[in-house]
Each structure stands twice: as structure tokens, then as C-alpha cells.
Write a protein of this length. Structure first.
Length: 471
């Protein structure tokens, strides 16, 4: 109920949005959309196919031209006028339609000869943004074009939502997901802000205020480590664990990847220098490891992982992927044992298991394969809710003005505070986390170092923000 009240408070108060910066972001996106589309249309491997396509379509259009005049020979036909208007519109739009999935499939698969990686539900070759990025340079240009269009839609929705008072009133469904985490609503999903500096910088603290933010480091991995006691996870997240890179650590143990990575990096004794060197010299190996980690952790099969790798432009045989898949689960055998234990608990309780706070995590039998993630995500969110409870109690006890800005953003909290109380608010976040750790009594404590900033770009996209600010 504390969280329900905080969410209501932040929706009523709203987030200040700098309208001039938002309009500048919109103009930038429109320019990028135009540039990416033109770059695609004139690409050497594409241009001649588009010219040929347009010529064929235009000739067919001309052959279908209706009579210009009625039977009296002087009155222009309405049907002909409509035909001419459609022709002029088609010509003005450069003929070939980059938004037509049918036309794109013809170009990318039939003419450019790309391998069909996935089919749509209707059996057609897919040309979604996820697929496009694996279809050569023209596909990557189209993927950027679609990404910019999606971002423009988000920006336009934000402009519409803030037109009345210059404020974005964030809306959430407090029971929006099966794990109990929040679901975004209201036309602008504040859980999915585009990670673009010139957009995020427009969402800022009011004059005389600061944003005080903190996110719980490795929230879900620590929850999973605590419950599963998996030895590999404990090396990464347990007490005394050295700062490490998950994807290099896993990659170092995988066949075909480990030898190259271990030339620069020692998984048992990681150093900042070793991690940096491996990231520089083993980009492909780390990318493969990352895709395997993110896919396997959510129960993906070797076949599904192979498909994901192909989307990323990495062509491995199913035999190679199965070998990597088996090696991953040998490395994290403790998670599999925890999954078996949860499944037994689920069966003995007729369909539920207790969360970190003892509340029921209900799982339909159809999704039993996902029980580890359901338990981890539910428990992780409850840790954040408990933290919010202590933050709310301490802000009242110390009479610190802390307005919830977006108080529940996956694993982080953001409050807006008067500038002269920013340090006190940051200390409240620290103290509340200490009390959360004490109450939970876990062997692995959570950490959430706070930041004091002016806008969302400084939190979400520090590098991009610096580049934006420099211009």
C-alpha cells in the first residue's frame, strides 16, 4: 500500500518536461528518418532494383489508365482524375514503399538473396526490425529507419501528453504483470523511455530541485544467488566477489570462446585492465556469450539460441550451439538444482511457491519451465517494495521533502527533492537500504549507491549525455 500511495503521488504531481528540448529531439529524429531512408534508397545494391521495380509498376499503372473523358468527349472522367491523383501520390512517395513488408521481402530475399531466417505466422519471410539488422547493410539502414520512427512515435506521444500543463503524469498498473512488477500504461510507457540523450535530457527536475536516484546493483542475480546457492553465481555476486564481467566470465568457460578470452582475462582473478583488454580484443566471443546468457537464462533451447545468433549476424551450426548450451548449464548446475527444488515445492503446494517475503508466487503448469524467473523477478520486486517502504518512513521521520518522480523503475527509485535537501535525501536512500538488508537477513547484502543529478539523461545515458552536452 505504501507503493500504491507513492505511485498516486507521482502521477498527480507529474514530471517536468522541457518542451523546447523535446521539440529539438523531434526535429533531430525527423532528420535521421529522412537520412536513413534516402541512404537505403540510393544504396548501390538496392538502387537499381528499386528503379526497375518502379518502372514495372508504373508501366502496369499506365496500362490500367481509364479513359480520360466521358462519352461526350469533353467532360473529364472522375475515375480518371482519381487514377491520376493516386499516380501522382505514388510518384511523390518515390514509388517503392519502405513500409511495405511485401515489397521489402521481395527486395531483400528475392533480389538480394538473403537467407530466410524466420517466417511470420502467415508463412511469409519476416522483415521485422529484429530480422532486418541481420540482412546486410541495406537491412541495417532499414532497421535504423524503423527504430527512429518508433522513437518519433514515443516523442510525439510525450508531446501530446504534456501539451496541457507541460507535465508528464506517469501512469502504472500496480498489478500489471504476473510477477507483481508494475506495468506501464497511459499512452506513454514510463518503463520504456528511449535511451536517447536528447530525449532523456528533456525530462528534468524543476528549477531549484534535483533528482536523487539509486538502483539496486545486480538485484535479480543476487536474489537468484541467495536462493540457489549456485557456486558460479556466488563467485560473481556472493560475499567477497571481485568486480567482474558476467559475459566474459561465462565466455571463458565455453568451448570455442574461452581460449581467446583467457589470453587477456583471468575469470578467477579479474582486473579492470584484463576486462578492458578482453572487451577490446574479444568482441565477437563476448557477444556470443552475452546472447547465450540472456537466452538460456530464460529457458531458450539450442535451436532458439541459434536463431538469435543468426539475427546478430553470427552463423554457428546447431552442433556448435548445442555444445555451448550444454556447457552453459554445466557452469550453472546449481540453478538447475534450484529449479527442481522449486518444482517440487510447487507440486506439494498445488501450484505456488513462496517468494522472498513468503507471499505466494502462482505459476500455471504451462509455464512451469519458467518458475525460476517467476520466483526471482517477483522476489526482486518485493525487495524494491520493501526498500520503498523504509524510504517513505524515513522521509517522514526526518522531514525531508522527497517527491516520488518515478519511484519504481525495475530496480531503481528516483525522487525529486529541493536542491538544499538533496544530500539528506541521498542519505535516506542509503539508510533505507541498510534497514532493508537487516530485515531480509540475507547472506548477500544489496547495494544501491545514490546519484544526485539534474535530468534523466545523466542517469540513463551518461556517455550520450556528455556528447549531447558538448554540442
Amino acid at each position: 500500500m505504501t507503493e500504491v500511495r507513492l505511485i498516486a503521488e507521482q502521477q498527480l504531481r507529474g514530471i517536468f518536461v522541457d518542451q523546447e528540448l523535446l521539440k529539438a529531439c523531434r526535429a533531430s529524429l525527423i532528420a535521421k528518418i529522412s537520412t536513413s531512408m534516402q541512404s537505403f534508397l540510393v544504396h548501390p545494391s538496392v538502387a537499381h532494383h528499386i528503379v526497375s521495380y518502379n518502372q514495372e509498376v508504373h508501366l502496369a499503372w499506365k496500362r490500367a489508365e481509364p479513359p480520360q473523358f466521358l462519352k461526350d468527349g469533353t467532360t473529364i472522367s472522375k475515375r480518371w482524375e482519381a487514377w491520376l491523383a493516386r499516380e501522382q501520390t505514388w510518384l511523390a512517395d518515390n514509388g517503392f514503399n519502405v513500409n511495405s513488408k511485401q515489397q521489402l521481402a521481395w527486395l531483400l530475399y528475392d533480389k538480394l538473396g538473403h537467407k530466410v531466417l524466420v517466417l511470420t505466422e502467415t508463412g511469409r519471410p519476416a522483415v521485422s526490425r529484429k530480422v532486418l539488422s541481420s540482412l546486410g547493410e541495406p537491412g541495417k539502414l532499414l532497421s535504423k529507419y524503423n527504430l527512429y520512427k518508433k522513437r518519433l512515435g514515443y516523442v510525439d506521444a510525450t508531446i501530446a501528453k504534456t501539451a496541457r500543463d507541460g507535465l508528464l503524469h506517469p501512469q502504472f498498473n500496480t498489478m500489471g504483470t504476473v510477477t507483481g512488477r508494475l506495468g506501464g500504461s497511459g499512452g506513454v510507457n514510463c518503463q520504456q523511455f528511449p535511451k536517447v540523450a536528447d530525449f532523456l535530457v528533456a525530462l528534468r527536475a524543476r528549477d531549484g530541485h534535483k533528482l536523487v536516484q539509486a538502483d539496486i546493483e545486480a538485484l535479480e542475480p543476487i536474489v537468484l544467488s541467495e536462493f540457489s546457492q549456485d557456486p558460479t553465481l556466488l563467485k560473481l555476486y556472493g560475499l567477497g566477489a571481485k568486480p567482474n564481467d558476467l559475459y566474459l566470465f561465462v565466455g571463458a568457460a565455453l568451448p570455442g570462446l574461452g581460449e581467446a578470452i583467457r589470453k587477456y582475462y583471468d575469470p578467477d582473478n579479474p582486473t579492470p585492465e584484463g576486462i578492458a583488454a578482453a572487451k577490446t580484443h574479444c568482441k565477437t566471443e563476448r557477444s556470443i556469450s552475452k546472447l547465450i546468457v540472456l537466452s538460456a537464462a530464460y529457458g531458450a533451447s539450442a535451436k532458439k539460441i541459434q536463431e538469435t545468433l543468426q539475427f546478430a549476424g553470427i552463423d554457428l551450426s546447431i552442433t556448435e550451439v548445442r555444445s555451448l548450451h550444454r556447457a552453459y548449464w554445466r557452469l550453472f548446475a546449481g540453478i538447475k538444482r534450484w529449479e527442481e527444488k522449486l518444482s517440487d515445492m510447487w507440486a506439494s503446494r498445488s501450484g505456488w511457491v513462496p517468494s522472498i517475503l513468503g507471499t505466494p508466487v502462482c505459476v500455471d503448469g504451462e509455464y512451469l519451465h519458467n518458475i525460476v524467473n517467476r520466483h526471482t523477478q517477483t522476489s526482486g520486486h518485493q525487495v524494491l517494495q520493501l526498500w520503498l517502504y523504509h524510504i517513505d518512513r524515513l522521509r517522514a521521520a526526518h522531514d525531508v521533502v522527497m517527491h516520488p518522480w518515478i519511484c519504481d523503475l525495475h530496480d531503481e527509485v528516483i525522487f525529486e527533492v529541493p536542491e538544499d535537501q538533496a544530500e539528506e535525501a541521498a542519505q535516506i536512500l542509503r539508510d533505507a537500504m541498510d534497514e532493508t538488508n537487516t530485515e531480509l537477513g540475507m547472506s548477500i547484502p544489496f547495494h544501491a549507491p545514490p546519484m544526485i543529478v539534474d535530468n534523466l539523461a545523466e542517469i540513463k545515458d551518461a556517455t550520450g549525455y556528455k556528447e549531447w552536452k558538448a554540442t
